[in-house]
Every structure is written in C-alpha cells, then in structure tokens.
Design a protein around this ligand. Sequence first.
Ligand SMILES: *Cc1c(COP(=O)(O)O)cnc(C)c1O
Length: 396
Amino acid sequence: MYSQNPVFIPGPTNMPEILRKAADMPTLDHRSPLFGQILRPALSGVKKILKTEDAEIFLFPSTGTGGWETALTNTLNAGDGVLAARYGMFSHRWIDMCRRHGLNVQVVEAPWGSGLPADRYEEFLTADKEHRIKAVLATHNETATGVRSDIAAVRKALDAARHPAMLMVDGVSSIASMDFRMDEWGVDIAVTGSQKGFMLPAGLAIVAFSAKAMEATAAAGLPRTFFDVRDMARNYVNGGYPYTPAVGLLNGLKLSTELLLAEGLDNVFARHRRIASGIRAAVKAWGLELCAQSEDLYSDTVSAIRTPDGFNASDIVSHAARKYDIAFGVGLGDVAGKVFRIGHLGSLTDVMALSGIAAAEMAMADLGLGIKLGSGVAAAQEYYRGADAAQIRAAA
Ligand SMILES: *Cc1c(COP(=O)(O)O)cnc(C)c1O
C-alpha cells in the first residue's frame, strides 16, 4: 500500500527523498574505517542539535522506548526513587517502565492538557532531605496532548531545592523540531528517536548522557547488556560498535543533521512554529479547542484537537483514512475518543499543512460536525500569507 499523501501523524513523519536514499545503501563492513566516517559526523551532528558541548551521544538500533530504558538501566538501582509526572500517554508509559524495573516512582498526577507541574516537583524535592530521589523525569513534548513543558523550570526546581537528582528528559517529539538546550537546562539524559524530528524511518534510539550521568553508570545495578552505554563508549573511541549497527539509518542520521544544521536550527524551529500556528488558526476557525490548556503550552509539533461531547473523535481519523487516504492521529489513553491529533513535525511545508487542514475539514463535514468547508483553510492561508503578504502589498 502506498499513498501519495503526506502523513499527519506525530511520528513516524514524512521522509524527504534525499533521506530515504541516504538510509538505503549497499552493505558496508562496519569494522572498516568507512563506518567511522558515518558514525562520527552523526554523533557530532546530534550534539549540535541538542546544544551540548560535553554530553556523550549513543545511537542504539532501537526506538525512543529503548532510549527510556537506556536512561534508567545505566544510571539507577532497583528501589531508587524517581520523581515523575503523568500528564499524557507518553509520560505514563515511562512511569510504567520505571515500575517494571523495580524503581520507586513518586507520581505527580496532572490533568491531561496541562504541562509538567514544576512547582509540585520543587515541593517533593525540597521534602526529600535524604536524597532518595535519584532521577527526575520530564516529558518535554507530550505527544498525546500536544503540550510542551518548560524544562528550564524543572532545572530551576532542582536547583531551588539544592537537589542532586539527575534530570532525564524525553525529547522524542521535540528534539530537532523545537528548541532543546541540553547544557543550558542542565539536562543529564536526553532521549529521542530517528522517526520524528529527524525525518528517518524508525530504528534508532538517540540518547545523550551528561558527565554526571556517565559517572552514575559505574554504580548503577539495574541489568543491561544491549543498552549498556559503557560498551558503546568503549567501541566509539575506535569508530566501532559493540554489535552490528544499523548502518543505513546512521548514514541517514548523518545527512539529517547536516540538512537541519544547513537550514539553521532557528529556521527549523521558526518553520515548525509557523506551520503549527496556521493549524491552530484553522482549529479556531472551526470553533474547536485544543487539548492544551493555555497558549504557553502549545506544541509546535502536534496539535490534539477536542471534539464536542458525545462525538467520537477517532471516527474522524478512521473516516479520513478510508475516504481520503490520509493519516491523522487518534486520541490515546484518557483522551481516547475525545481528541484527534494533527502531527506537524519534520519534513513539512505550509502548502502540505493546507492539504491536511482541507482533508480534516472534509472528514469532519462528512461526519456532520457542522464545519464550514474552507473555513480552517482560509484562516491558515491568511496566517501563511502573513507578514510577507503585507510587505508585498506595501512595496507594490
Ligand atoms: C513517539 C514517542 C515515544 C516513543 O517512541 P518510540 O520510538 O515509539 O519507541 C516516546 N515519547 C514521546 C514523547 C513520543 O512522542
């Protein structure tokens, strides 16, 4: 099955032809020096995108979930305290993983649609005088609700409490699409994957460890072999791998970081902001609301759109797939049936976004949601014409 239409799911994202080709390459001996010529630039490209000088990057044949596991098992012991907040399906799944590893998780419950409650974190951290909490988890962009949280605020909470716990951040649906400042925010472990902002097929867990996180690996007792970063680190020194690497994906990652850096990170972030703003203008014109509770929380990579009570939002997704051959995201967990999601990250343009908005309108109109055809498209068009249009008129 093959569709000409772009996907509007928040990962895997649309792949530029040039990256598909880069990931599709003839067999190469990963023990030859040629492999180092792929690995080294991929590692240094990722470092620049994470805005880190000092962190060590690890690239596992895995996905974001494997990145979570890498973070936990390399730095913690069974019974260690972990502080986490649940405000969507992805924060929930990382908490579940902690529990399965025998970690002692303190969960701060927050409404789905709200952001990470950094003030509550500060209370827990201040109260933890014996420093039983070893790691603080943060989901930078909750893909289930379209909410971006403030990671600098989590760092502030740790510092205000003078707490030494490591800060571990899930940036799977933010990194390479929205600003991420590993060093400035004092992030100890950052996790992402290849199939979202990096515009590649699924298959790589991309993980960064600060010096403090690397230090914690020596005392960490949770079992790990495949995900042991010490084995990776030892082999990377010689441009090698502890096992067979996903060479094509790594070659894709090398090129992906080159493309992103050539576009300029600020331009990449501005593009995502602009595309997202057009989609938000459409949602407003439809008379619908986002799941994200306030503007400061709006994600530039995914919008979760609430539908009226009594309407099953997932019907929009199945109908759009069947009739228009286009993919949107369903609601997950607590917001299943209440929201549908438009993913708008990775390889996307204003014009592509307009096609997604138009398709969503047709699907909603078909299902009797009382959406006026063209209303959202027009609002987004006005937004995308934007400042440039005003300048062109002024110059004419
Ligand atoms: C997609 C996603 C994950 C899971 O990643 P997989 O690559 O599917 O394992 C984790 N966290 C967030 C925020 C995500 O968007």
